[in-house]
Design a protein around this ligand. Structure first.
Ligand SMILES: NC(=O)c1ccc[n+]([C@@H]2O[C@H](COP(=O)([O-])OP(=O)(O)OC[C@H]3O[C@@H](n4cnc5c(N)ncnc54)[C@H](OP(=O)(O)O)[C@@H]3O)[C@@H](O)[C@H]2O)c1
Length: 445
């Protein structure tokens, strides 16, 4: 019999207990054993004691040692969150030769490599499927189904809060639905925390992207190697402009239009033996499967040499989907227990790829909008400045304002770097009376 020590009985932890109870017979049939939660550790015991279901027969305390020093406990499941406290517990568990399953993305992104090494030294498992995209089995898929493939890019909608906000702002653009109103709605529906910083500024997506980069490319990046742009600055005016852009014939846009998505992108950079990492809002053509991922849902698109394009989609969070991913890790543990495979890392991919800055190296097609006084000299100066900065165009179009004085000039560029856009912007601001009003990156799968 496998005995479990569970840290945390909140959203995910109570979901794990529920699934292990509800699926006990099924697991017994499939694995010939029934994992039992022996002990749960929380901080506030009284709060949980009052709400335990009838079937709960585990011990409940606030003493980590009730799990960590119990020789009968083989596996520790950590669903507490936090970084320092969770790290200390996972370390002690591994040092006591217990395997560990965690849902903790912050910890695994920031301090994962040292813990993975420790697990190997002790011949124990350290699994963390739930840490990325909640209920979507993306890490296991990358580590097994893509083991012999060569991944060239990973693109993920991996933050449900941002995706909810952007979906609402797109759907309700004509009703002047602002970022602030969309955030408030997300908070009312429980999709955003009262302090939404980690989600809307892209940090949460960056943590998950760092873990994805390890599974896809065998690279363990540092947080400061991820280029970060969140969604706080997205305006209703931009949402209306995105709609307009898809209707301007000269721009050669996607006919079906675009959805603005916060994407986490890890891409192989040609000729550099390196990847670039970026979290930023991108326009995704409605023709691509990622555009159909609405509200709090998540998806990850894997591009690879042999597998071509594969998209996995589903709930990126939530009690039972996330707990299901934790329990799936436990099932892998049951398979590998008492075999040499137990001590193999969850992700075996290793490479000598470096990490280069996305802004300097990632070539991305864009829509740029300029504002200028309506005359031919200005228009020609703008086209010359674009050419001087090696910015080739796919298409262009323009709209005059009602007084015929001011021109909005739209261009659709070939893939270019952020450095090129920066140089163009500086030239326009310094020498010409032309303003770069907006810039939209276009995701091309
Ligand atoms: N919720 C999701 O949909 C989701 C999705 C993917 C990943 N995750 C990850 O899963 C983890 C848990 O998230 P959650 O939403 O379940 O959190 P939660 O609802 O806030 O629950 C946290 C639990 O951990 C306990 N806890 C916190 N600090 C502790 C400590 N130092 N010692 C012992 N117990 C402690 C809490 O007990 P007290 O109440 O007594 O403090 C509570 O039972 C996090 O790492 C999160 O990032 C969550």
């Amino acid at each position: 019999m496998v005995k479990i020590g569970l840290f945390g009985l909140g959203t995910v932890g109570s979901g794990v207990a529920q699934i292990l109870h509800d699926s006990a017979n099924q697991i017994q049939q499939e694995y010939d054993q029934t994992p039992i939660i022996k002990q749960v550790v929380v901080r506030n015991v009284e709060k949980y004691r009052q709400q335990l279901p009838d079937w709960a027969d585990f011990g409940l305390s606030n003493q980590p040692d009730d799990i960590l020093t119990d020789p009968e406990i083989d596996v520790v499941i950590e669903t507490m969150g936090t970084i320092d406290a969770a790290e200390a517990i996972i370390r002690q568990a591994l040092e006591a030769d217990k395997s560990v399953i965690t849902a903790n993305k912050d910890l695994m992104a920031l301090r994962g490599p040292a813990l993975i090494k420790l697990a190997q030294e002790h011949g124990q498992a350290l699994y963390y499927e739930a840490a990325v995209a909640g209920g979507i089995p993306i890490l296991n898929t990358l580590s097994t189904s893509f083991a012999a493939d060569q991944v060239t890019g990973v693109a993920g909608i991996i933050n449900g809060t941002s995706n909810f906000i952007l979906t609402q702002m797109t759907d309700l653009a004509n009703m002047d639905f602002s970022y602030e109103r969309a955030l408030k709605l997300a908070q009312e529906k429980g999709f955003a925390e009262s302090d939404p910083t980690n989600d809307v500024d892209g940090l949460d997506a960056a943590y998950k992207l760092m873990i994805l980069a390890d599974f896809a490319f065998g690279v363990q990046p540092k947080m400061d190697q991820v280029s970060l742009t969140g969604i706080r600055q997205v305006t209703n005016e931009q949402m209306k402009e995105i709609h307009l852009i898809s209707q301007l014939p000269g721009l050669k846009s996607s006919k079906s239009g675009y959805q603005l998505k916060l994407l986490g992108l890890a891409r192989l950079v040609e000729g550099q033996n390196a990847i670039s990492l970026e979290v930023a809002p991108y326009l995704v053509s409605q023709e691509l499967s990622l555009a159909a991922i609405r509200n709090e849902n998540n998806a990850v698109l894997i591009e690879s040499r042999f597998g071509d394009q594969t998209t996995l989609a589903g709930p990126g969070a939530g009690q039972l989907p996330t707990a299901n991913a934790v329990v799936a890790d436990l099932m892998r543990y049951l398979d590998y227990r008492n075999t040499p495979l137990l001590g193999k890392p969850f992700n075996r991919k290793r490479s000598d790829l470096g990490v280069v800055t996305a802004g300097e190296y990632a070539q991305v097609a864009r829509f740029l909008t300029f504002e200028l006084a309506n005359n031919d000299v200005n228009r020609q100066q703008l086209l010359t400045a674009l050419a001087d900065n090696q910015i080739e165009l796919v298409g262009q179009d323009e709209i005059l304002n009602s007084s015929d004085q001011v021109l909005r000039f739209y261009v659709h560029t070939q893939p270019i770097t952020a450095t090129q856009v920066g140089a163009l912007k500086a030239e326009l601001e310094t020498h010409l009376q032309i303003q770069l009003k907006s810039e939209y990156k276009i995701f091309n799968a």
